[in-house]
Design a protein. Structure first.
Length: 291
């Protein structure tokens, strides 16, 4: 039997092909389109999903059932002695706390370790890769959980939205605010740190929003992440719910603005895109875990 298995959910942006290559398991997140349930990378292609989103089809997210989570744990424990489970941040979903409680039950206690390090999207993806690397070095599940959670506060994300329509649907902004933003071509830049999502700046047009995000990230590296940045221990990353062409342009702009830094880029998961909407762009960073 193998020692330590890694499991995450599709909010990490990791799809089946990469999961197989990494030797990990990914729980597909459920979401609803006009009351019919779908699962990312299982029932619907990315093109079909964004086409429905742009047409204004009613799309909403849902938490996975604990039964589904438990079944995947049970299957993995037939192959592994222990499991590291890295779900979406508890600040954004109750499923993390529910999984943590379930991991304390007799059947899973001491075998399943749920990581809550405040991650989502590409930073969450990076945490999974860090966990895989640590298993290869022989770290135990308990050690991996501790190391990942110790860098909980060392993460920041800036997200430029093309519309407030989807935050309005989620109840985060009013209908009046969303309408005014569309009329005035306001593209808000949101800031997500561990546990909080706030409006950082309102911009006229996406070109301005991109510049604001780049400058915000430069400021982060010069202040909050200065020590880690100077030591070469910062991961720079990008995310997109836009087209391949726009995503490529965004990546080129980031690389030009941060010469010499590697940039990891993901397409946003369906679950996150339900809240952000199509044509959103993001930039963020996390720190390499101190082993």
């Amino acid at each position: 039997m193998k020692k330590t298995g890694i499991m995450t959910d599709s909010h990490s942006g990791i799809l089946n092909e990469e999961a197989e290559r990494l030797g990990i398991k990914v729980l597909p997140m459920p979401f609803y389109i006009e009351e019919k349930v779908y699962r990312e990378d299982v029932d619907l292609s990315r093109e079909e999903f964004y086409d429905m989103l742009r047409k204004g089809t009613d799309v909403s997210t849902s938490q996975p059932s604990l039964v589904e989570v438990a079944e995947m744990w049970k299957e993995m424990l037939k192959e592994y002695e222990e499991i590291v489970y890295i779900p979406l941040s508890s600040a954004l979903s109750g499923s993390c706390m529910a999984a943590t409680a379930m991991a304390n039950e007799d059947e899973f206690a001491g075998k399943v370790f749920v990581v809550d390090n405040g991650r989502v999207a590409t930073p969450m993806h990076r945490s999974v890769l860090d966990a895989v690397e640590m298993t290869e070095k022989g770290y135990s599940a308990a050690e991996i959980k501790k190391i990942l959670e110790e860098t909980r506060e060392k993460m920041t994300i800036y997200i430029g939205l093309s519309t407030l329509e989807y935050l309005k649907k989620g109840g985060r902004v009013s209908s009046v605010t969303a309408l005014a933003a569309d009329v005035l071509n306001i593209k808000p830049v949101m800031h997500f740190s561990t546990g909080t999502l706030d409006t950082y700046q309102k911009c006229r047009g996406m070109k301005k929003a991109r510049k604001v995000m780049i400058n915000a990230m430069k400021h982060e590296l010069e202040t909050n992440f200065r020590e880690e940045y100077e030591a070469g221990n910062v991961y720079l990353m990008a995310a997109s719910s836009s087209t391949d062409e726009v995503t490529a342009e965004w990546m080129a702009q980031i690389k030009e603005s941060f010469p010499g830094m590697d940039v990891m880029c993901d397409k946003l998961s369906f679950g996150l895109s339900c809240h952000i909407g199509p044509d959103g762009l993001g930039i963020g960073c996390t720190c390499k875990p101190v082993e």
